[in-house]
Design a protein around this ligand. Structure first.
Ligand SMILES: Cc1cc2nc3c(=O)[nH]c(=O)nc-3n(C[C@H](O)[C@H](O)[C@H](O)COP(=O)(O)OP(=O)(O)OC[C@H]3O[C@@H](n4cnc5c(N)ncnc54)[C@H](O)[C@@H]3O)c2cc1C
Length: 409
């Protein structure tokens, strides 16, 4: 059954009615505790509208993972003021529920980009176009993504021969960033005192067990520590059953710093440069509630608006391939051939399989009544199926053509 489910509860009386009321009260009490905006910095947008001239040392465009981390770092020293600008709003309560992760692509917390038709990608989709989800909300895509956390393999970093990004350097950074609570038997050692909170969910659903069994039958075993081939449970960016988006990670601990200013529902429409003199970025044009104005940066404008909007903003500001800008009559500030090119993305190939119902499982994952029980369990205890991402927590790292690489041994 789909849509709103209606129940006739008029016949419930006596102890059952009391239990029902207790449940309702508990639900309401707990509902209040999820998705509170006061864990985030206060919104400064209305003050910005009132000020005649606005100037900050640093302007950060985009409150996603990168923007929140940059805001935390730069405000460490209180001699600089930082304005963090986000086009979206505070994350809605439903983004906090890990099990609802699939509900947000296409919502108002997504930019709702669609890729253009081409002859290779998305051929099986309606109109051969795929949605290209990007978070439009404080926390950015980290507030609506699939919550899985894993470090890249050492080879991913070492193969570029770039000392600053070697696996030795990056693993020290990961150690510092992570705050993992849980068993020690995972493939990676995780840091335990950083900002990014990590846990395994308590989901133990039937489909995942089946997958473990199927892979074991083909010879794959649980992944030994630091071996990188085998079966494992994904660590998630969650804490106590709630999503830990990157605004919570990086902004919540510093939300009251007097040199941090945050403005939501604020669209940056362009970067303004001192052109043609020295081509320095001196500020941004923004739009709030239909009011357009300029905000000046004394030192730097930092673009952390994500892969699509970073390029879009640069192009709209005259920074990009000269010919492309000329065709669109955008005055040239800097001829940079690579802007808007070379986007790389990983494919997701969903595969659907039919499985037998589980005879001996305490719950059947697919029955609607179980889903209702899951909702109550989640609201009351932050446990159960909604506290994780279901089958997506299972990961099999399998041998491919790269199997000759040294990182496997
Ligand atoms: C469906 C999906 C699932 C994913 N699952 C995982 C996963 O399980 N694990 C994982 O590690 N990664 C996952 N990712 C990737 C990961 O979430 C992103 O790589 C990461 O969040 C990107 O962070 P970012 O700060 O670079 O950019 P974004 O998160 O895109 O942040 C950019 C921010 O800038 C704001 N912005 C953009 N333009 C403007 C403007 N003009 N003015 C003002 N603000 C603006 C946006 O609203 C946004 O908040 C997933 C991505 C998607 C799409």
């Amino acid at each position: 059954m789909h849509g709103v489910v209606e129940y006739d509860i008029s016949h419930i009386k006596g102890p059952l009615a009391n239990t029902f009321l207790m449940l309702i009260n508990a639900l309401f009490f707990n509902v209040k505790l999820i998705g509170l905006n006061d864990v985030y910095p206060r919104d400064y947008s209305q003050q910005l509208l009132k000020e005649e001239e606005t100037v900050f040392d640093f302007i950060i465009v985009g409150g996603g993972a990168a923007g929140c981390a940059a805001a935390k770092e730069i405000t460490e020293t209180n001699i600089w003021t930082v304005l963090l600008i986000e086009a979206g709003d505070y994350p809605s309560p439903s983004t906090e529920v890990p099990g609802l992760f699939q509900a947000h692509p296409g919502s108002r917390e997504d930019w709702q980009f669609w890729i253009e038709q081409d002859k290779r990608a998305c051929q099986g989709m309606v109109n051969q176009r795929c949605m290209f989800t990007k978070g439009k909300v404080l926390g950015g895509t980290s507030a609506i993504n699939n919550l899985r956390y894993s470090r890249g393999l050492p080879d991913n970093y070492d193969r570029n021969n770039c000392d600053e990004w070697s696996s030795t350097v990056t693993s020290a950074i990961f150690d510092k960033l992570e705050s993992y609570i849980g068993s020690e038997e995972l493939q990676f050692h995780f840091g335990t005192s950083g900002e990014v909170h990590l846990q395994l969910s308590n989901f133990t659903g039937h489909p995942k067990e089946l997958l473990y069994k199927a892979y074991k039958d083909t010879g794959y075993l649980p992944m030994p520590r630091r071996k990188y081939i085998g079966l494992t449970d994904h660590t998630l960016t969650i804490r106590n059953g709630e999503r830990y988006n990157m605004a919570k990670a990086f902004l919540t601990p510093i939300k009251d710093r007097p040199n941090l200013f945050f403005t939501k529902n604020t669209m940056v429409t362009g970067v303004v440069c001192t052109e043609p003199v020295d081509k320095r970025a001196v500020g941004v044009n923004v739009s709030i509630d239909g009011n357009e104005f300029f905000i000046r940066a004394r030192k730097e404008v930092i673009l952390t608006a994500g892969p699509i909007n970073n390029a879009k903003l640069l192009l709209a500001s005259g920074i990009g391939p000269a010919n492309y800008l000329k065709e669109r009559k955008i005055p040239l500030v800097a001829d940079l051939a690579g802007v808007g090119k070379n986007l790389q993305f990983h494919l997701v190939v969903p595969m659907y399989v039919a499985i037998d119902p589980c005879e001996n499982c305490p719950k059947d994952y697919y029955k609607e009544l179980d889903f209702i029980a899951d909702i109550s369990e989640y609201i009351l205890t932050r446990r159960g199926n909604l506290s994780g991402i279901g089958i997506g927590e299972f990961a099999a790292y399998i041998l491919t053509r790269a199997s000759g690489s040294s990182f496997l041994t």
